[in-house]
Design a protein around this ligand. Sequence first.
Ligand code: 3HC
Length: 314
Amino acid sequence: MTTESLTRRFQDKIDQELKIEPKDWMPDAYRKTLIRQISQHAHSEVVGMLPEGNWITRAPSLRRKVALLAKVQDEAGHGLYLYSACETLGIRRETLIEELLSGKAKYSSIFNYPTLTWADIGAIGWLVDGAAIMNQVPLCRCSYGPYARAMVRVCKEESFHQRQGFEILLTLCQGAADQKAMAQDALDRWWWPSLMMFGPSDKDSIHTAQSMRWKIKRFTNDELRQKFIDMTVPQAEVLGLTIPDPELQWDEASGHYHSGPIDWEEFGQVLRGNGPCNAERLEARQRAHQEGTWVREAAQAYAAKQIEESKKVG
Ligand code: 3HC
């Protein structure tokens, strides 16, 4: 079969909502963009543990510590799940890790912001995991089988993450005035970076159109961002907090909230490595990888011994 007919048959499968599996023929460009997106997603999960891990020893109660420990542990699992999904596309995990540690690979901009107070942990759960759920639920219907299936389990755990974050903020907002002020300060600092998680506007997105044709994306960046805003503004009202956007207002005609302009200059700076915590996050991952060398070597030695033993028995 010619590449042209293979490509036509590939797109027909996608148009019929059939999953593309690792052993199926796929255009190199499809494979390449999946490796790009899934690896960045995995890196985001792993780097995303850092801002939250900062508060595990500072959690205000045992209950909060346990919930945060469970959440951070989930994120680690999501990262490993997604690296495994990426490996089905024929790329080695070591290569992906090297790309992250060298600074070559992207991960979500949101994790380059500092967690300054305990309320930030609530804001991350409520806003960042809330945005992640908005982005990841459609990915459960992604055309690439391993990615879609990984997302089903990830989304179940994200729902717990979002609820525990919202509950942290609700507790603060129902507490003393300075606790509510801490929650408002966290919302002020995390609102706009959370909107940036959905990517550049559709007119500036280089991948969205093709990713929509391949049903990797089921909604565009702006569509998901709008859904997130529409869902989250009423939640802020329940908390009694003010969204830091003076232009935010309900538009009856469209049935959506109109929101003010995003600072794309800030977004671009963070993507270029000039965010508040980019260097710190990369250095932490490089240090962890170095300190984990003995664990990898021990695991590899054990695996080699097991293979030797099985050969003797075999
Ligand atoms: N942070 C960093 N880079 C971003 C970005 C962001 N928030 N948004 C877009 N970009 C990058 C893209 O990677 C692309 O760069 P590249 O060509 O070098 O890869 C460029 O900006 C253009 O953006 P596009 O919109 O054209 O790119 P995509 O089609 O890939 O869309 C995306 C970006 C919406 C983030 C998409 O990749 C996606 O849906 N990824 C899967 C979900 C994901 O990775 N979420 C990250 C957070 S994970 C998380 O929150 C964990 C949770 O447990 C807390």
